[in-house]
Design a protein around this ligand. Sequence first.
Ligand code: SF4
Length: 456
Amino acid sequence: MRTQEDFLNAAEAIVFDRDYRKKITDNIAKYDSAFQKGLHQYSNLELARERAAFIKWKVIENLDKYLIEFEASVVRRGGKVIWAHDVVTAQNEIEQIIKRTQAKTIVKSKTMVGEELQLNDFLRKKGLTVYETDLGEFIVDQAGEAPFHIVTPAMHKSRSDIAQLLNEKIGSSLDAEAEELSNDVRNELRDKFLHADIGITGANFLIADSGMVSITENEGNARLSFTFAKTHIVIAGIEKVIPTINDLDLFYPMLATYGTGQKITAYNTIVGPRNADDDEISGDFFVVLIDNGRSNLLAQGEQRQALGCIKCGACLNVCPVFKNIGGHTYGSVYTGPVGSVTTPHTNGIDEFKHLSFASPLCGKCTDVCPVKIDLHNHLVRNRRDIINAGTAKSGEKIMWFTWKKMMLSRNTLNKGNSVKNFMLKQFFKVSWGERRELPKLAEKSFNHLWRERFGQ
Ligand code: SF4
């Protein structure tokens, strides 16, 4: 976990790294142009966003009902649902399944919930072999890093960074182009799919009325992860539920367009427990439903709207803070504007309250969100709640008390600018940083000038 000090130090270190900024700017520019093209598929984008926002709102406001319905549907089809209140419960439940099935090898597809559970570390410490099968996840896993971005985990790496890494790990050529590198990884993993005992995947949507799980991806690795393995474990946050399969006609293109600029993602799979007369779907089927602080967020009357996030990553891509400090600086699994709204509630106000202040409140995140989450205003609401909870440091309280007194005093405001510049420097010494020069206040205040001109 990061404290505010860790966060500021990490941000300071990365923000002046030109090489890093170039990689991020290039990668986000590619996303931007694909995204703008992708938007053309909508004849009425606003209507689609309103419908999506409404469905998500309805689900979050009735989450208890939809989750019970989902569980009943999974059980009816022969699967099992496990409720995990926190990380330890989820880890233990997954370990029990592994022990029961005597599994040794696991293939895993991209899942941010897996990051929450620190599942790779946990399973490897238990002596199990785990392969990340999504290309981006494979890369960051090999590098010993966390995903940088919720959609594109290796966004912070250039082609040559990846070639260098894969050269060391799997013998790729240093001159290999992107396609060659992904073929190398594919060849490395092909065999693993065939021999894995368990496939672990995330879920993009949990379909309440049918007990099925929808997974969207571009590489086909998630589908392969559960096709050959005898046991399929789905790990998903409780907020992933949607009412019916019909809702996917809206969410599939929306997630694809806002996530990567595609009209629709390449592979869209709907999977569930094996049906008695359906031999094509394999083995045991478990869904581990993770709370891990989501109930705390649900308890927030206003900010709970953020549980409707479909994890498209669009708000990260437009956020000036994310673009400057990058995903790793946040020290949380979910980053960017949405992570800054949710993490203080899910992971603890004390440790993560500073994230709510890591925003210029420009509102670009709110403008872009496909499910119309009021992100920048939720950040303000978080700030309000943090202040009301009395968690601000006493030095900060004194500072703002003094600031308010000064701003409400005409005499102080009309004082000479040397006093005001000195005070300004004291107030913003830390937050302004050492590398920027504070602007100097004008010699005379507006009130002074007005009086000189109009004499009143
Ligand atoms: S908050 Fe909205 S824009 Fe951000 S990741 Fe979630 S759905 Fe996408």
